[in-house]
Each structure stands twice: as C-alpha cells, then as structure tokens.
Design a protein around this ligand. Structure first.
Ligand SMILES: Nc1ncnc2c1ncn2[C@@H]1O[C@H](COP(=O)(O)OP(=O)(O)OP(=O)(O)O)[C@@H](O)[C@H]1O
Ligand SMILES: [Mg+2]
Length: 412
C-alpha cells in the first residue's frame, strides 16, 4: 500500500495476464477466498467450475498461499497439481507423492507403508520407491498400478491418518483428466473407480479442491458415471468484481505498480466503460493491451476495443459457449436452447415456468440439464424458503452471447 496525492491509501497490484496469480499479483477477493479458505480448513471439499478465465485457478492458488502462510500451517499438507494433460494414474500419483515434503511425518509414513509393503509386487514397490526417492516413474509401474490402485490408495490413507496431517489436494482441470482417462480403453470403469476412491479419500483425511473450465456433470451424463461419487463437494462460484468502484480500484492498483507513460484518468474511465463486465482478467488484459499500444484518449480507446480487444475476447469468451453446446448431445442441446430462450432481462425465471415452456419429454431431463448448465457456467440458481426455485444467466457474458447468437440467426 502507498499514499497517493489525496492522502488516501492506494493498493498495489503486480500486472500479470495468463495463468493463475496469487500473492502480490492477486487482487484481494475476500468474498471468495475467505469462504474457500475456511471451507477447506474445516475439511469440506470444494468444486470450482465455470467459465474460462474468470479466476478459478487463481482463487485456488491464493487459498493455498493463505493456508500455507497461516499460523496453523503445520496442520496441513498442501498438494497442488495441474492435471490437464494427465492420461494415466501413475502421473497423478507421482505428482501427489512428490509434492509431500521429504522432512514431514507424512513422508516417513508413506515410505514405510508403500516401499516396505510386502503385499505389493516388485514392480509396484520399485515404482513407488523411484517416485518417493527420486520423483521418477517407469513403464512397468505404469502398467501394474491400475491393478493395485485400491490397495496403494488404502495405504496412502493410512499413512495420512497416522501422520496426523490434513492433506489438501488441489487438482486443477480435474474434469480434463477424467476426460483423458475416459478416452482410453476401459476408461469408464476406470474413472468410476477413481471417483469412488477420491470420494473415500474425502470422507477420510483428505480435503479436495477440484477446479476446471468444464464441469463434471456433463461427463457423468455422457459416460453414465455414478453421480453419487461426485455429489459431496461444496460448489464455489466466481462472480465478476462487485462494482465499477472496485474495478476502478483494481485498475488504479495496476497503474500504480506498472511503469506506464501518460496514463490518464480518462484512460481508466474509458477502459471501464468499454469493459462492462468486471472480471479481473478483462481488466488485466485490457490494461496490458492499451499500455502496449500506447492508446490513452477516449476515441483511440473506443477504436482499439472495437478493432482489437473485443474480437480477441469473442474468440476466448464467447466461443467457449458455442464449443460447449456443440459437445452436448442433441437432446441436451435442444433443451438448453429452450431454457435459454426463457431467460429474460437479467431476471430470475421460476423453474415451474421453465418446465411449462418445454415439451413433456424435455421436462424429464430438466433437473439433470440445469445441473449441467450451472456447472458449465451458463446459469445460476436461487432457492426460496417456500421451496420454489429460479434460474438466470450466471453472468452478463452469457446473456450477451445468447443475444448475439439469436440476432445472427434472425438476420440469416
Ligand atoms: N484476483 C485476481 N487479481 C488479479 N488478476 C486476476 C485475479 N483473478 C484472475 N486474474 C487474471 O485473470 C487471469 C486468468 O486467471 P485464472 O487462470 O485464475 O483463470 P481460470 O478461470 O483458471 O482460467 P482457465 O479457464 O483458462 O483455466 C490471470 O492470469 C490474471 O490476469
Ligand atoms: Mg485455470
């Protein structure tokens, strides 16, 4: 924090646009992160799914930073992994084991229970030894592990329990990993098993945080997985910043911490006018683009947004909705469109009204479809005390996308 000319306090924020940010690159979002930290510390597992680039990985990384720097940090062992490219169990297991600090009680217990385990065949023991001692893995282990996954996991759980730590397992892009595994031969049973194992872990000493830009509910439908294996996580949403004033404060903090020539109040105000939906990534990206292009006055900025910034956003943000819908089966796609057509002017629509507007066959699938649309970042839900339920687009972005697509259709 530094004093500005008015004597008020201005926060600083290191500019970064790309992957997850935390610490001095993370604009504080206590309304999301405090809840996340408290939930995790209480041992409740969390899912963080939704739109692309809204800050899911960053919220997870910031929660990990806060917990690992807290007064009671020694109660927890945090393992953070990005599973997007994983298509085999040994990679996942390797990452988990490698992340355990080698001077911890947990590490000692793991070594004793895994390497010294007389029930495992040599290939599995050798593989586990290679991981724990050198962070490596070999082909024989990769082949044998699926047959011993259950017993290996059981030993890991015992090791965690005996070491007295709470293992916080943060898996980014968890659904992508499941998708990769599902594409392999025997994938369905394999993933069902994995989900069952992880559920057991969560019922024990492991708290999981799973995030992803695609949700799990559609994979569950597509591959007829057991949904009970994944219905025990607390879903955290990431909305845009709450107000223009907060967006302005974040932008001021970026300007304050960056070497940028001739940046004017007019530059910031026009940027905010053009952005309209205040996700931190939009502010970071627009700030970086205007800075680099040396664009500072209102007319220049409006032009730059129309020519460069908004088209780039269209391909990152709007295309994701089209891609998602295309992946859905025809029944789900038609049903989704019928539901979107009922959404109006940023207002909640009663579930009963939605049901009344669709066919009887579609009504049978409405509950499942709404669950998927919520997790995939299309809709959000409210439940009233009287039991009534209502739905709306979860972000102005989705609404704008839908309106754009409708007007294109009308023009055709
Ligand atoms: N609280 C924040 N403070 C500052 N910048 C942020 C914050 N949250 C997100 N960002 C910006 O948004 C970018 C994307 O964030 P992040 O990678 O966490 O999003 P994501 O939802 O995980 O994206 P993806 O869907 O691509 O995985 C970051 O690189 C950063 O520029
Ligand atoms: Mg991410």
């Amino acid at each position: 924090m530094t004093d500005n000319d008015n004597g008020s306090r201005t926060k600083r924020l290191k500019r970064h646009f790309g992957g997850a940010v935390s610490g001095d690159q993370f604009w504080p979002r206590p309304e999301i992160v405090d809840n996340l930290v408290n939930t995790i510390k209480d041992g409740e597992s969390v899912s963080l799914f939704g739109l692309r680039r809204i800050g899911k990985s960053s919220a997870m990384a910031e929660a990990a930073r806060i917990i690992s720097q807290g007064k009671d940090a020694n109660k927890y062992t945090i393992v953070e992994i990005d599973a997007q490219d994983y298509n085999a169990l040994d990679k996942l297991l390797t990452e988990i084991l490698v992340a355990v600090p080698s001077d911890s009680n947990l590490f000692t217990s793991l070594k004793k229970r895994l390497i010294g385990n007389r029930m495992f065949p040599e290939a599995v023991k050798k593989g586990l030894e290679l991981i724990l001692n050198m962070g490596g893995s070999d082909a024989d282990f990769s082949k044998s592990l699926p047959n011993y996954w259950g017993p290996v996991c059981a030993e890991i759980i015992k090791a965690i329990e005996e070491s007295g730590t709470q293992l916080i397992l943060m898996i980014d892009e968890f659904p992508y990993m499941c998708k990769n595994l599902l594409a392999k031969e025997g994938g369905r049973d394999f993933v069902d098993n994995l989900l069952a194992t992880f559920r057991n872990w969560r019922q024990g000493p492991v708290t999981m945080v799973m995030s992803g830009s695609i949700g799990m509910q559609f994979l569950i439908r597509e591959h007829q997985l057991e949904f009970l294996h994944f219905n025990d996580c607390f879903a955290v949403d990431i909305p845009p910043l709450a107000s223009r004033a907060e967006a302005k404060a974040m932008l001021d903090a970026l300007v304050q911490s960056t070497e940028v020539d001739n940046w004017l109040e007019e530059t910031s105000e026009t940027l905010l006018d053009e952005v309209t939906v205040y996700y931190p990534s939009f502010l970071q990206h627009a700030f970086s683009r205007l800075k680099a292009a040396n664009v500072r006055s209102r007319p220049q900025i409006e032009e730059h947004f129309a020519e460069h910034i908004r088209p780039a956003w269209d391909s990152t943000f709007f295309d994701q909705f089209d891609i998602r819908l295309k992946v859905y089966d025809e029944v789900l796609r038609d049903l989704s469109r019928a539901v979107f057509a009922q959404m109006a002017d940023d207002k909640h629509v009663l579930r009963d009204d939605l049901a009344a507007a669709i066919t009887t066959t579609q009504q049978e699938q409405l509950t499942e479809a709404l669950k998927i649309l919520k997790e995939d970042g299309f809709l959000s839900r409210r439940a009233a005390r009287d039991g009534s339920e209502s739905w709306r687009f979860c972000s102005p972005l989705v609404e704008t996308w839908w309106q754009q697509r409708q007007s294109k259709k009308v023009k055709k």
